[in-house]
Design a binder for this molecule. Structure first.
Ligand SMILES: Cc1cc2nc3c(=O)[nH]c(=O)nc-3n(C[C@H](O)[C@H](O)[C@H](O)COP(=O)(O)OP(=O)(O)OC[C@H]3O[C@@H](n4cnc5c(N)ncnc54)[C@H](O)[C@@H]3O)c2cc1C
Length: 413
């Protein structure tokens, strides 16, 4: 195994084409984590992003915060990324699930996942920006990594291998291409892999809030007719010791209107959904609006190519599982590639690609279907459905074994 943390990345140059085992297109959280994980095992990796990486660390680049489940946390540790996170991620130790309408108290029939349902936290909250800082630092310190960013590349794939060429003439030969270039993946569309898209007509408002009372590491998922409202406990700062992230889904038009409200009205709308559980609330920093849609690729593979992360699947953030699914792709793919590397086998063989698709696609489709059904069941004001779901919530609350099964699945353990 090659020492992971000593050398700087290699830069492919126009005169001598570099040869790598795997070339990852897209240095987002999924692609960058895969590159770091493989490089640690001595696998040579190229990683390409059309955008420069340092600006992705800026607070204005991405307002999201991720609930990282236990399995993906282990992946980030193995990839050497977790130890480089600039702040300690905040554990989620309980989750309250409620149903209601804005400005009204939630239904008394609620569901609580508590410390008794799991042997470890349900997840750890990390800012997208913090993850970016840790990923960039790990990439930069990894031996075995050839970094091309910013770079616009064209890719030629044959049964023998792939050639990645940048507009300015740098060339990288690879035995496998991993498309991790996000929802609008050009690598996927150039490979002729169709996707199916299910728009929700909803957008997610994302922001941070400072609050009077401590969150006690507790998250809230409050189902409302316009869409789910989630409060997720974050690590505090000197300025804001009690801090949470909010992901608040509404119909597109309502989300646009709400996110543009002046501070006092926006705070009032927040409180109408959050209630009094955290005392007084103040929005902190920018508000972000992300259009929400589910989508899935018809297949995850083509000649010398696999899809991973959002390039393969995108889901509703209702359960905070989108990136976790992408990390599970990385876990499966890195296990297969590390095993092939140890045995001296071809990392782009059709058999390996087929094993990857078989491992990941059915589980991802199941999660997509589950989050889609949850959103459709809860994001409405139909009184019959309301009664049914409230009874369902309360029933699950009374079934500890079922609660624990949900938790194990969501945590990926
Ligand atoms: C409101 C909201 C809240 C969310 N909350 C959570 C949560 O709590 N937990 C969770 O697990 N998930 C969450 N998600 C989902 C999560 O954000 C995504 O699943 C995740 O960002 C996917 O990562 P990725 O690396 O696959 O793609 P991306 O993050 O989209 O990264 C793709 C990368 O590819 C690069 N790229 C694009 N095109 C090219 C090209 N042609 N050539 C080279 N590079 C290219 C881009 O510059 C980018 O760096 C949320 C999503 C939304 C919208």
């Amino acid at each position: 195994m090659t020492s992971p943390d000593t050398a700087s990345p290699v830069y492919a140059c126009a005169t001598s084409p570099a040869h790598v085992d795997v070339c990852v297109i897209g240095a987002g959280p999924v692609g960058a984590t895969l590159a770091c994980r493989l490089a640690r095992e001595g696998i040579s990796v190229g990683i390409v992003d059309r955008a420069p990486l340092p600006p992705m660390e800026h607070p204005d680049f991405d307002g999201r915060a991720y609930a990282i489940a236990a399995g993906p946390k282990r992946l980030l540790e193995e990839a050497g990324v977790w130890e480089r996170l600039p702040q300690t991620p905040n554990p989620i130790e309980s989750i309250l699930v409620t149903d209601g309408r804005p400005g009204e108290p939630p239904s008394p029939l609620s569901l609580e996942f508590s410390r008794e349902d799991a042997t470890q936290p349900f997840g750890w909250m990390a800012e997208a920006r913090a993850l970016r800082v840790a990923l960039n630092a790990t990439l930069n310190e990894s031996a075995n990594v050839t970094l091309l960013a910013p770079a616009d590349v064209s890719i030629t794939r044959t049964t023998e291998g792939a050639i990645v060429t940048t507009k300015d003439g740098r060339v990288l030969h690879a035995r496998l291409i991993v498309a991790a270039d996000g929802r609008g993946s050009r690598t996927r569309s150039q490979a002729g892999i169709p996707i199916t898209r299910l728009p929700y007509g909803q957008s997610g408002i994302v922001c941070a809030i400072a609050h009077e009372l401590p969150h006690d590491n507790s998250a809230l998922e409050h189902f409302l007719p316009g869409g789910p409202f989630a409060q997720l406990p974050m690590s505090g700062t000197a300025e804001h010791p009690n801090l949470s992230a909010v992901v608040w889904s509404e119909k597109d038009e309502t989300a646009r209107r709400l996110s543009a409200l002046p501070e006092a009205s926006f705070t009032r709308e927040l409180k109408r959904r959050l209630g009094d559980r955290l005392g007084d609330v103040t929005p902190v920093g920018r508000r972000w609006v992300y259009p929400l849609a589910a989508q899935y690729a018809q297949r995850y593979t083509a000649t010398r190519l696999v899809l991973a992360g959002d390039a393969a699947h995108g889901i509703h953030p209702i359960a905070g599982q989108g990136l976790n699914l992408g990390f599970r792709d990385v876990i499966a793919l890195s296990e297969l590639l590390i095993e092939a590397h140890r045995k001296g086998e071809d990392p782009g063989s059709p058999a390996l690609l087929a094993r990857y698709q078989k491992r990941c696609r059915p589980a991802n489709m199941l999660m997509l279907a589950a989050t889609d059904a949850l959103d459709r069941l809860f994001s409405n004001n139909n009184p019959v459905l309301r009664l049914g779901r409230d009874l369902g919530i309360a029933a699950v609350h009374r079934m500890p074994r079922l609660r624990r099964a949900f938790v194990r699945h969501a945590m990926g353990v």
